[in-house]
Design a protein around this ligand. Structure first.
Ligand SMILES: [Cu+2]
Length: 160
């Protein structure tokens, strides 16, 4: 019995760290409403821009808005039929403060916002993944193809 117990304990000790380090997996979808969208009227929908998000022609949806601190894996899928999208991860203070923006280029200033990692420029229908070691805090996932962020392509993730 002692031997059996010892074997069981050894097995548990071996398995436990594997479970603890598996981390959180988040499925991320990069979405748009297709070629028929009227893009000209759909700006001002970035974080903290106070636009009507229900009207957003583009979006990022996440399977989970919370993750556990440590390893976080993002499995990213571009659901678009016609457009390139990407996912960039940056830390944020809160959900109401606008990200630094380059108006002339119609996109977020990635350097000022702080780029923790990205799955860049996925063709329509393609997938990619990214694993980050994340500390507790709030983060934004956004697409920085020109104008996409302001058309609603962002989501907030909280790491606890
Ligand atoms: Cu995009």
């Amino acid at each position: 019995m002692i031997t059996l117990n010892a074997i069981c304990i050894a097995a548990l000790v071996a398995i436990a760290p594997a479970i603890a380090s598996a981390g959180t997996t988040i499925n991320v979808k990069l979405n748009d409403k297709g070629d028929g969208m009227d893009m000209s009227k759909m700006m001002g929908l970035g974080m903290g821009m106070h636009g009507d998000m229900k009207a957003a022609p583009m979006s990022i949806t996440v399977s989970n808005k919370f993750a556990v601190g440590g390893k976080v894996t993002f499995n990213v899928s571009n659901t678009s039929k016609s457009m390139i999208h990407e996912m960039i991860v940056a830390p944020i203070k809160d959900e109401n403060t606008a990200l630094p923006y380059i108006d002339a280029e119609n996109r977020v200033d990635e350097d000022k916002a702080g780029d923790l990692g990205e799955v860049s420029e996925l063709d329509p229908g393609k997938t990619g993944s990214l694993t980050l070691d994340m500390k507790p805090g709030k983060y934004i996932l956004y697409c920085n193809v020109p104008a996409h962020y302001a058309m609603g392509m962002w989501a907030v993730l909280e790491v606890k």
